[in-house]
Design a protein around this ligand. Structure first.
Ligand SMILES: [Zn+2]
Ligand SMILES: [Zn+2]
Length: 174
């Protein structure tokens, strides 16, 4: 689960004003969303990392497609989701502004924790509700069976006529 893909920024030897593009396989393992595990396909993901070195610090852009598979959050049937990750980070250590310090850059601004960033970016790119289909009807609250493709008449549990009401109706009619 814990993946560690570290990019050594010093080894890229970028001068200010330069940039480079890296294609890096990043193993992410499964993602936990809403208490359920979703597996990624493919894993490792094929991440494309753009690193540039403006006048100060570094700027990063991370892109990769993801496909996650796991249980539908409503009916528990298998669900699959596709998303495109496109995330950016800047890191300017020499400025005293926390906003400009990337949480994924460590070791005095020399290392980018690409594994952790890719994991977080993948979770953010996926919708908070993963459904087998957008209009998934979920489970019947009475009998627990899936309501997808079910005949609604099979789940009208509450509308079974109560014999006492039938009796009352007879009385009213008199
Ligand atoms: Zn469903
Ligand atoms: Zn039912």
């Amino acid at each position: 689960m814990a993946s560690s893909t570290i990019i050594d920024l010093d080894r890229l030897s970028l001068s200010h004003g330069e940039g480079t593009r890296l294609d890096v396989p990043v193993p992410l393992g499964s993602l936990e969303l809403g208490g359920e595990d979703y597996t990624l396909d493919p894993d490792p993901v094929a991440a494309r990392l753009d690193v540039s070195r403006p006048t100060r610090g570094y700027a990063f852009r991370l892109r990769f497609p993801i496909s996650a598979a796991g249980p539908c959050m409503r009916c528990l049937e298998p669900a699959r989701l596709e998303a495109e990750v496109d995330a950016r980070e800047v890191d300017q250590r020499d400025i005293e502004d926390e906003e400009l310090h990337s949480p994924y850059v460590g070791r005095e601004g020399q290392e980018l924790d690409l594994g952790r960033w890719a994991h977080d970016a993948a979770v953010l790119a996926l919708p908070s509700r993963i459904l087998c289909r957008p209009d998934c009807a979920g489970l019947c609250p009475v009998c627990g069976e899936s309501l997808n493709d079910a005949d609604p008449a099979d789940h009208e549990h509450e509308s079974v006529p109560d014999p006492r009401w039938a009796k009352l109706n007879e009385l009213k009619r008199d």
